[in-house]
Ligand binder design. Structure first.
Ligand SMILES: [Fe+2]
Ligand SMILES: [Fe+2]
Length: 178
């Protein structure tokens, strides 16, 4: 699968979980587990997406750079809201409006990626590169999943390395056999 198929597959799963969350009854105990599942799925997806997709945009000037940085900013906002939602849930506060807000924010982020970001990437990367990026995404995502939440902040910092280091990462990805 190329990078676009990999990302769309995750997006579909995340959207399904969000629909399930906003549809839960106010006192449904399952929500705690579901919020944790959404968080784990989203963190591993976002870290690998930043490393493979957004970093490759950040290394270019102009529009790609702006779009890459916008992606990072949206991930940060979504994760902050998700943390807030976990807190509201723990203290038994009214979590529903926050869950709806998360769904709204995430839906717009995901559809933006599939339209604006994918269109730009298809101009920048050929199909062979897109396949390699898909493979690198899968590998990194598995790695983040195995490492667990504790290391995700560090992963995020690595993803935000200056472009010269990011370029090194991209060159390593390019050397992966198809
Ligand atoms: Fe995504
Ligand atoms: Fe994203």
């Amino acid at each position: 699968m190329d990078i676009y198929e990999e990302l769309k597959k995750d997006h579909r799963e995340i959207k399904m979980m969000l629909n399930e969350l906003v549809g839960l009854d106010k006192d449904d105990d399952f929500r705690f587990l579901l919020i944790s599942q959404i968080r784990s799925a989203l963190l591993s997806h976002s870290r690998a997406e930043e490393a493979v997709l957004y970093n490759s945009l950040r290394t270019a000037d102009g529009e790609p750079y702006k779009i890459g940085m916008k992606g990072y900013k949206e991930h940060f906002e979504i994760e902050a809201l998700l943390r807030g939602l976990q807190f509201m849930d723990r203290v038994d506060a009214n979590w529903k409006p926050m869950a709806r807000k998360l769904k709204e924010l995430l839906s717009s982020h995901l559809s933006n990626e599939e339209k604006e970001v994918f269109t730009l990437c298809k101009l920048m990367f050929n199909p062979v590169q897109a396949e390699r990026m898909g493979r690198a995404f899968r590998e990194l995502k598995n790695q983040v999943e195995q490492e667990g939440d504790a290391k995700t902040t560090m992963d995020m910092m690595v993803n935000l390395l200056p472009p010269k280091y990011s370029l090194k990462l991209m060159n390593n990805l390019k050397s992966l056999s198809p």
